[in-house]
Design a binder for this molecule. Sequence first.
Ligand SMILES: [Mg+2]
Length: 332
Amino acid sequence: MAVLAEFFDLALIDLDGVVYVGPDAVPGSVDAIAQSHRLGLRTAFVTNNAGRPASQVADHLRSLGIDVQDEDVVTSAMAAADLLAHRLPAGAAIGIVGGVGVSASVEAAGLRAVAPSSPEAVAILMGFGPDISWRDLAEATYAVAAGALFVATNADRTFPTPRGIAPGSGAFVAAVQEASGVTPLVAGKPEPTLYRNAIDRFEAKNALVIGDRLDTDIAGAINAGLTRLLVLSGICSAKHAVLAPVGQRPDLIAADLQGLVTEQVFIRDIVRSGQQWEHCGWSAHLEDSVVVVTAPARAQGQSADGVDGVRCAAAAAWAQEDQVVDVVGLDR
Ligand SMILES: [Mg+2]
């Protein structure tokens, strides 16, 4: 058992579904970050969402009461602009399909942001933007099919909003990929670049990645060789966490960011007893390829966040050589 904020020197925290959903903070997240700072943990915010420049994201975080500098925010748009700047001459024209965060990052990297229909565009960069139209996708497809370099800030197909799950920019990228037959270069998570850049900047020795997505945050942490905490406050359900494939499995699972400042058990440390995995009164065992979770007969001092059953189920599922296909008995 460990309090993570005392154990690690830097937290690389995802934003959507972890710190906030839409304009509002995830309950408990602001307090958890403040408590972590008091325990000596430094924080960087690492987002695949390319819709807003880092300074606007930092303003949003400050409006929620989080102590953050603009430089503590890194976005996939910044990584994409770096990627383009390494491959193209200074001042090259980049056709932008995305919001102001995408075009601002390109300009900041010494390139020129132009419309995707511009005959000057030598590359197309796609990222999040709330006003992307069919016409934009068509222009991007024409340019890519004609040989423009195709780059995406990120490949997230979905995105949590206050009203539910919405298409992410990866869904639009997929449309252009499908129509053009060209696969884009992807800059954001699960590529390890964003994490590595933040670690270098903070000169961190022992960083922890925190995210709500298996295929970007958690896979990216594995690609960067970092310890990873999955929180269940965003996209990923408890069941999806347990069914995570190899290459997308977290070391730790918590309900939300409060997991940083409460005692946590690593999934690998959950005790096997005979044919079952047990923790805080919960247990899980296998029936064919299904994990069956059993709740405690009565409260036995299980941790307050209510995910001990998920932790047991994950320990049982990930100990199997074959992929588990279902989980039953979870209460969340
Ligand atoms: Mg997220």
